[in-house]
Design a protein around this ligand. Structure first.
Ligand SMILES: [Zn+2]
Ligand SMILES: [Zn+2]
Length: 71
């Protein structure tokens, strides 16, 4: 059984790949609950693609990626 690639923290929707995740984000981007729950990934915030940590700015994510993941 394939594990879910990503599970929506707001509604529990399970995506099996990046495309499904993005589709769900797109479909729910105007929903207030989802906006908050998805960590503002599309609202100027940033989420680490490697560990899922969220940051308020891309600069913070950049620092995190460099320090933690050596990216
Ligand atoms: Zn959702
Ligand atoms: Zn990370």
């Amino acid at each position: 059984m394939a594990e879910a690639y990503w599970k929506c923290p707001v509604c529990g929707f399970e995506a099996h790949n990046e495309a499904e995740k993005m589709k769900h984000m797109e479909e729910t981007k105007n929903d207030q609950k989802h906006k908050e729950g998805h960590g503002g990934e599309m609202e100027g915030g940033a989420k680490c693609p490697m560990c899922g940590a969220t940051f308020n700015t891309k600069e913070e994510l950049d620092k995190h990626a460099k320090g933690v993941h050596h990216q």
